[in-house]
Design a protein around this ligand. Sequence first.
Ligand code: MTE
Length: 320
Amino acid sequence: MMLQRKPDLTHADVTPKEIYFNRRKFLQAMGFAGAAAVAGKGLLDLASPRLDARAAGKFPNLAKSPFSTTEKESTFDEVTHYNNFYEFGVDKDQPAKNAQKFRTTPWTVSVEGEVKTKRKFSMDEILKLAPLEERIYRHRCVEGWSIVVPWIGFSLSEIAKLVEPGPKAKYVAFESYYDLGQMPEGKYAGIQLPYVEGLRLDEAMNPLTLLCVGMYGDSLPNQDGAPVRIVIPWKYGFKSIKSIVKIRFVSGEPPCTWNITNPREYGFYSNVNPNVDHPRWSQAKERRLGEIFKRPTLLFNGYQDQVASLYTGMDLKKYY
Ligand code: MTE
């Protein structure tokens, strides 16, 4: 896709500051001075190089996925310059700058816990483990903005087939890489690191749950979670953990970073739900990056046909 046009508006124009500063406000209230120090910056680095990444990319011929939306994709520039990756800074434009030198080779993902065969996969092994597909998913952040991204990867369940979870495995826990040497901004993140996340086993095994190794036809940019992340399109974006090094099949509900940080505001499930407001703002609408007017937010981010049955009989207001 062509990304040469300079946008008329910056993301600061299209996403109100009060929304994306909300979580920072919470961190400030908790006394994290670092978060306060960076709150004044917000504009994008529009001088960054733009590439037609799909044409020139590492993965030019990908299988198409029936799960892909036909909605207009967000631009590569939007998706790579408006990030949440607190290990590299709490401002939206900081990960693009601060993650440039992040070393992602060599990289291994350890799969452990309640499984028949524990295994460590190198990135080369992961890339060959199953046919790579392009999945164009909506991605809705809890802060009220959204993007449409052509991710690359395969269903996480492909990994489970290889390690064979046992009967005690009821949940899956994920852990991100963390190294203060490479991520000095992590000291001021205001959240406990390494970043951790988790899913119920049936959620993790749902075919939509993606082990993601790329986007826009190429490898993942560092700021988007290189070299491998999880993408769960029906949940708020913070569940889609970046730069993972560990996957554990476990018997109990695993800790999750934002839930530990503020359990009243961020639950374990965190399914996108326009009918359950965040305690400090409505979740009924969202602003797609690059658009001016808000659009209605869809239940399960529009993936209800694939996932609603996972929550039959559950009160979604209680299990938020
Ligand atoms: N993973 C790690 N390790 N650290 C983070 O700060 N932020 C989360 C999620 N995964 C985060 C993370 C949040 S809040 C969102 S909205 C998405 O990543 C953002 O993904 P993107 O920057 O690729 O759009």
